[in-house]
Design a binder for this molecule. Structure first.
Ligand code: NAD
Length: 248
């Protein structure tokens, strides 16, 4: 029987490319995002690849929306086998003491609470079905300290912590939970940022031992492996950054 994945932030970047990679493996996908147009376009492309896919509009920071994306997926597909808990925002990049409280609340709401709510309800559905596999999106800023990302870094270190602790509680029941820690990856968001700031692109590339930014495909391949194959990897945060954080 076909497997089913939920991908939050599935309408763009890392989530969308991973959806395409999972479709190549015959996995059906619930694309969860706030962006309706790109979500529906992603679903059309997934269907062209021969799998079933639905778009569910949700703001992951709202618990009712999270319950709804879980319920709608179960209604349509019957089970949830894989969860790419990925939606997130980077924030303005302002220094912490210049950041307003509204921005702190928003980043924490989406990146940290949104990820926890997803784990709470998807995890429950998976356990009722005998288990499942989850990948949470952390970041380089979740494994090292960096300037201009204090709140973002706090949420991404939180992702690493929730990943390990969930495994301590539920690995015995059949949950596999891992995280990824990408360095700068050329998603539409990052591409636009570097087009506007070409000198920052040069300095980012210079700081990476492999001397190139990551591509969404690099990450999609890793996430697909962790979700569908890596049967004895659990609680791990895999860095995917061309050697960046390991040489800091
Ligand atoms: P992206 O902007 O291309 O995609 C993110 C998607 O999440 C978008 O489709 C957006 O509409 C959706 N989204 C935003 N807020 C949402 C909300 N409240 N509810 C539901 N959906 C929401 O960005 P990306 O680069 O693919 O980022 C995906 C994840 O990867 C994020 O968690 C980000 O922090 C993380 N990350 C990205 C990089 C990078 O360099 N691109 C590096 C490390 C970590």
């Amino acid at each position: 029987m076909s497997k089913t994945a939920i991908i939050t932030g599935g309408a763009s970047g890392l989530g969308q490319t991973t959806a395409f990679y999972l479709a190549e493996e015959g996995v059906n996908v619930s694309v969860v995002d706030i962006s309706e147009d790109s979500g529906n376009e992603t679903v059309e492309k997934l269907k062209e690849k021969g799998v079933d896919a639905i778009f569910i509009k949700a703001d992951v920071s709202k618990v009712e929306d999270v319950k709804n994306y879980v319920d709608k997926t179960l209604e349509h597909f019957g089970s949830i086998d894989y969860f790419f808990n990925n939606a997130g925002i980077s924030g303005s990049g302002k220094k912490f003491l210049e950041t307003d409280i509204q921005e702190i609340d928003q980043i924490v709401g989406i990146n940290l609470l949104g990820a926890l709510y997803g784990l709470r309800y998807v995890g429950e559905a998976m356990l009722k079905n005998g288990g499942g596999s989850i990948v949470n999106t952390a970041s380089s800023a979740g494994v090292i300290g960096q300037a201009s990302v204090v709140t973002y870094g706090a949420t991404k270190h939180g992702i690493v912590g929730m990943t390990k602790s969930l495994v301590a509680e539920y690995a015995k029941d059949g949950l596999r939970v891992n995280a990824i820690a990408p360095g700068p990856i050329q998603t539409p968001m990052v591409k636009k940022f570097f087009e506007d700031n070409p000198d920052m692109k040069e300095s980012a590339e210079a700081g990476i031992p492999q001397k190139r930014l990551g591509q969404p495909e690099d990450v999609a391949e890793l996430v697909t492996f962790l979700l569908t194959k890596a049967d004895y990897i659990n609680g791990e945060t895999v860095r995917i950054d061309g050697g960046f954080t390991n040489t800091k």
